[in-house]
Write a protein that binds this ligand. Structure first.
Ligand code: CAA
Length: 294
């Protein structure tokens, strides 16, 4: 079965990016948010991203209009009833996900595939909120979704292998490179990335180097597009703290334990770019100022 109609639940940073790339690949996409204001905000962010591509000359105006024509927003979950695939990208809280999957399981036909974009919660547990664990898997995108080429396709012990391959084919159609992985907290990327990010904070705490020197070391010494502390600000310190705690809880390994400084930054609301302050001060977004350790 080809995936043509796609539902995306949640039109924030990740959901809007997923909706954009699916519409760009020719799918009919319905995005659902909880209020008309949030639907509008999500669609505006897609419009901004598409306009950026038009301005750069990588997307012809006529093609942009076609992509936009394939996207519609709604606040009504019932509007997802005829989707071949529903991708969930809502808040990382299990009770909210339970309520959503319970409702969607009743609304969508048995053939609809359900996928979660979660970065840290158990896909297996979410599948139990439905009567279709064989058609339930993880589909984890990376920020910024239109730019990052990778998608993790996460199967549980109950996922039908044919469904897994249909979703792998869908990811390829989006122009992404899918990797197949299993339902272990953090999957592949965060299992490797989170200890690295936490170690960068430990290095800063221990005075191994300044914010700028730690970031420049990994940028210029290893060719990373961003240093680890800038990446923490980009992902959100609260998000990484949250993921690390879930990973620590799952594996009980020291490498996933959040360093005290990260916890204190989250407590202070210094959550990174979105908060205007993190390991850098973004008062002037064009010239972020690194935090000075005293
Ligand atoms: N949306 C769409 N396009 C964007 C974008 C956005 N938010 N931000 C940047 N771009 C595009 C730009 O238009 C530009 O496109 P062209 O090359 O076609 O001109 C390109 O990306 C590069 O952008 P810039 O020149 O403005 O800036 P840059 O070279 O510094 O790149 C970056 C920005 C792509 C974000 C780059 O710094 C990068 O790759 N950083 C690492 C990001 C990363 O590691 N993401 C994964 C985070 S982990 C995660 O998401 C999962 C999780 O579970 C936590």
């Amino acid at each position: 079965m080809a995936i043509e109609k796609v539902g995306v639940v949640g039109c924030g940073l990740m959901g809007s990016g997923i909706a954009q790339v699916a519409a760009n690949a020719g799918c009919q996409v319905t995005v659902r948010e909880v209020s008309p204001q949030l639907v509008e905000k999500g669609l505006q962010s897609i419009d901004k991203n598409l306009q950026r591509l038009v301005d750069k000359g990588t997307l012809p105006q006529a093609e942009r209009d076609k992509v936009r024509g394939r996207l519609r927003g709604t606040t009504n979950l019932e509007d997802l009833k005829d989707c071949d695939l529903v991708i969930e990208a809502i808040i990382e809280q299990l009770p909210a996900k339970r309520e959503l999957w319970n409702a969607l399981d009743k609304i969508c036909p048995k053939t609809t595939i359900f996928a979660s974009n979660t970065s840290s919660l158990s896909i297996t547990e979410m599948a139990t909120f439905t009567q279709r664990p064989d058609r339930f898997l993880g589909l984890h995108f990376f920020n910024p979704v239109p730019v990052m080429k990778l998608v993790e396709v996460i199967r549980t012990i109950a996922t039908d292998p044919k469904v897994n391959e249909e979703v792998v084919a869908f990811a390829l159609r989006l122009g992404k490179t899918p990797v197949r992985t299993t339902d272990r907290t953090g999957f592949i990327v965060n299992r490797l990335l989170v200890p690295y990010l936490l170690d960068a904070v430990r290095a800063l705490e221990e005075g191994v180097g300044s914010v700028e020197d730690i970031d420049n070391s990994m940028k210029l010494g290893c060719g990373h597009p961003m240093g680890p502390l800038a990446l923490l600000d980009f992902v959100g310190n609260d998000t990484t703290f949250y993921i690390a705690n879930i990973m620590f809880d799952e594996f009980k390994e020291k490498r996933f334990a959040s360093p005290p400084l990260l916890k204190r930054m989250v407590l202070s609301g210094w959550n990174g770019r979105k908060a205007g302050r993190g390991f850098y001060d973004y008062s002037d977004p064009a010239k972020p100022k690194p935090m000075q350790m005293t």
